[in-house]
Design a protein around this ligand. Structure first.
Ligand code: BGC
Length: 801
């Protein structure tokens, strides 16, 4: 039966039942009507299928699965085909483990290097995030499994993530924060989109009619299902009216009941219910068709893909020629991460790897003559004089020292943000001591996001592995010994110091109203505009060989341009180069970034080989969001098209002249034909200076009154646990929370407990439903807190009825 026929045969109650989860991971089935449960599972860098004990924070065990490098690593490959392959492998494991929809990829922008969840996201650049997110979706969905792109939108910090309000001006929203979602939805047609926990410009994303109906469905043509993040749904009726289809996790009979009652009373239209029910049945039918497709799942082959993904994502930051090693040196292997590598992040994406390599074993396999010194404690990162002395002595006795260092688990996780960009002191002291003991020191960095490296001029080489998944150990050693030539390029800027970034120490915003004062100036856009020198720019990465660029051309093609150049491998070994294409307007009428990435292409070349690299760029690449007309426009004029080896390493330039809206032949600058300026932005957005984005400048740009602070009282189900501390009763309720958490914490490691502690204070009361507390009980509790004792207690004691 087609979707419409199924839905028209259902009662109002049945339709409403489809809109709430039945359990932590499954939607409600209507077996006798032929609708089965759809099974979700995290995502995004492997599968976290839980059989017993369910949670959305990575606490309970899950089935063994292949752990691929996380998105921050994968993005450095700049390789869509590779990421599609990773997606397909995740899709195959989903089929094998009877999962219908994988919760990923995450295409949120990296607004600050401090966001605790950056390791799960690809980049600070919207084009790169969108392109790689699309590749991942294509891969997953090629195996008859759905992808659920997350978290729409403006979900860029973990602090107060469930109650924060991301206040973003129209241009930044369109050009930066929505752009990757738009690309993925239009190009890869994901089966589902997950709404963020946060509010966006005052309204929860799960009940945002403009976001879900006007933009996602109306403008981008999304025809899949909109699923709430786990515990993100705030108001049942408002969310369905706004276009939310599935409230997760379940059971949430209260959600279905509220929707049914609203339809019966006329406060929610039957059309809204029918539409949502159709989307859930549509998702179920896709899943059903997917389940019937033949598939193969070969975990050994997936481990090989994980190895390739780790190898191609590694970024060589420094090398004075010491790498690759000859293989005959005696090597001091230093640092606990050599035996206990950091290879993935904590939280909902944490998977149980079917297999795990470590660099030490990989060195053994490679037959390297070596010794080991621990250097620091793997969990805390702390060192001691004894450990440092031991490491320095070992380094001095060997030809080469390889120090494994970076960010321990406790330093970054879903659920909280980093406060500083520093590495543990123990790691820094270790690097400094070892470098002093042996000038031939190589540092291998493991961690999900940028770190300050005040020591970075001391080692002979620095290899960045990020969180490289279950085969990162072998990939590391194969790069160090030259079996693999590193080809990764940074998908985010590595700042010298935290205070060099647009947000500096003001991230995360401790207010619940998070003002995106920097507007479009994220990542390299800020560094370029403010003239700040980063430690390593966006797009940067070294190789064991060298490449030359020549013969650039740009020509017009249907709907855009084609840019080509010749790249030659001028060194002595095989290698791969990612050519990055940026455009830069020659004259500006509107504020904007100096240059932006519009295309990239990776070429693998034997020594002496050259190849013509061609990149097609559609005209969207040139567009700006016009805040007066509320539509995209292209400023007429001349643009430099830059062929680059990084965002700061321009190798070749061509000019192209664009008429407003359509392409014309390349033409020199003609600024007289540019459009008249139309903007509300103050000078600070044209002349970006560090620290220059004030509230007043932002308010003018935002064009509407900035949101006032929300009052603590009266309490509502959206009130965070931390607000309860303002009343006697609230403090008692806090104890209940502690009690509920204590049950969970039995299963937790120390870093998970720390994550829970940080998260607990920001959790809205309604999120107790994720732990199985009926929503009516939460409402009863809220009544009690507001002084309506009798009514509230009666509901609590009646389990919410
Ligand atoms: C995360 C989502 C995840 C969900 C289910 C939430 O806490 O934000 O990314 O998919 O849990 O585990």
């Amino acid at each position: 039966m087609d979707v419409a026929s199924v839905v028209s045969s259902l009662t109002t109650a049945e339709k409403a039942s489809l809109l709430a989860g039945a359990s932590h991971w499954k939607t409600n089935p209507l077996e006798d009507r032929g609708v089965s449960s759809v099974v979700f599972s995290d995502g995004p860098h492997g599968l976290r299928k839980q059989e017993n004990g369910s949670d959305h924070l990575g606490i309970h065990k899950s089935n063994p699965a292949t752990c691929f490098p996380t998105a921050s690593a994968l993005a450095c490959s700049f390789d869509e085909a590779l990421i599609e392959e990773v997606g397909a492998a995740i899709g195959e494991e989903a089929r094998d483990q009877k999962v219908d929809v994988v919760l990923g990829p995450g295409v949120n922008m990296k607004r600050s290097p401090l966001c605790g969840r950056n390791f799960e996201y690809f980049s600070e650049d919207p084009l790169l995030s969108g392109a790689l997110g699309s590749a991942m979706v294509r891969g997953i969905q090629s195996r008859g499994v759905g992808a659920c792109v997350k978290h729409l939108a403006g979900n860029n910090q973990e602090h107060a993530r469930m109650i924060g309000d991301s206040v973003i001006d129209e241009r930044a929203l369109r050009e930066i924060y929505l752009a990757p979602f738009e690309r993925v939805v239009r190009e890869a047609r994901p089966w589902a989109v997950m709404t963020g926990y946060n509010r966006l410009n005052g309204v929860y994303c799960s009940q945002h009619p403009w976001l879900l109906r006007d933009v996602l469905r109306g403008e981008w043509g999304f025809d899949g299902a909109v699923v709430s993040d786990w515990g993100a749904m705030s108001e049942s009726v408002a969310s369905v009216a706004a276009g939310l289809d599935v409230c997760m996790p379940g059971p949430r009979a209260d959600h279905s009941q509220a929707v049914e009652e609203a339809v019966l009373s006329g406060s929610l239209s039957l059309d809204a219910l029918d539409e949502a029910a159709c989307r859930v049945v549509g998702l179920e039918q896709k899943a059903r068709r997917g389940r019937a497709l033949p598939f193969e799942c070969d975990y050994a082959r997936h481990a090989e893909i994980a190895y390739r993904a780790a190898s191609e994502s590694a970024v060589l930051l420094e090398n004075d020629g010491i790498l690759p090693l000859q293989g005959t040196e005696k090597v001091a292997v230093i640092g606990a991460f050599a035996l206990l590598p950091r290879y993935q992040g904590a939280g909902s994406s944490k998977i149980d790897p079917a297999r795990l390599d470590d660099p030490w074993s990989a060195f053994l396999d490679a037959g390297i003559d070596m010794g080991y010194a621990q250097g620091y404690d793997a969990a805390s990162g702390d060192s001691s004089e004894e450990l440092l002395d031991e490491a320095a002595a070992l380094a001095a006795q060997n030809d080469v020292a390889v120090v494994f260092a970076g960010l321990p688990d406790r330093f970054e996780s879903e659920g909280f943000d980093r406060k500083l960009m520093v590495m543990p002191k123990g790691h820094v002291s270790l690097i400094e001591r070892v470098c002093a003991a042996n000038s031939k020191t190589v540092v291998v960095l493991q961690g999900g996001s940028p770190m300050e490296m005040p020591w970075r001029t001391k080692p002979a080489a620095i290899l960045l592995m990020y969180l490289s998944g279950c085969r990162g150990g072998h990939a590391t050693v194969d790069i160090l010994t030259g079996r693999v030539n590193p080809s990764g390029k940074l998908a985010e800027t590595w700042p010298e110091h935290l205070q060099d970034t647009a947000l500096g120490r003001s991230f995360p915003d401790t207010d619940r109203e998070v003002l995106y004062r920097e507007s479009i100036y994220t990542g390299y856009r800020y560094f370029d505009a403010a003239g700040v020198e980063p430690a390593y720019p966006f797009g940067f990465g070294r190789s064991y060989t060298s490449f030359s660029y020549s013969d650039p051309t740009v020509s017009f093609i249907e709907g855009g341009i084609e840019a080509s150049c010749t790249v030659a491998n001028t060194g002595a070994c095989e290698g791969a180069e990612t050519v990055q294409l940026y455009v830069e307007p020659c004259a500006r009428t509107t504020f904007g970034e100096r240059r932006r990435l519009v295309a990239f292409s990776k070429a693998k070349l034997a020594p002496g080989e050259s190849v013509r690299v061609s990149m097609c760029v559609d005209e969207r690449a040139f567009r700006l969001w016009d805040t007066h007309e509320h539509r995209w426009r292209i400023d007429e004029g001349c643009y430099d098209v830059l062929f680059c080896a990084s965002s700061r390493d321009v190798r070749l330039t061509c000019d192209v002249f664009l008429g407003a809206g359509e392409g014309q032949s390349p033409f020199p600058v003609d600024s007289a034909r540019s459009c008249a300026p139309k903007h509300k932005a103050t000078a600070s957005y044209y002349e970006v200076v560090p620290g220059g984005f004030s509230d007043a400048a932002f308010a003018a740009l935002y064009g509407a009154p900035l949101p006032p602070r929300r009052p603590v009282k009266p309490f509502t189900p959206d009130s965070p646990v931390s607000d309860l501390g303002t009343t006697f009763l609230g403090r008692q309720a806090f104890r209940i929370v502690d009690f509920l958490m204590a049950g969970q914490s039995k299963h937790m490691s120390d870093d998970m407990k720390a994550m829970m502690d940080e998260m607990a204070a920001d959790m809205p009361l309604r999120s107790f439903t994720s732990a199985g507390v009926p929503f009516g009980v939460v409402e009863g509790l809220v009544d009690v807190l507001n002084g309506h004792w009798a009514k509230g207690l009666a509901r609590v004691l009646n389990m919410g009825r």
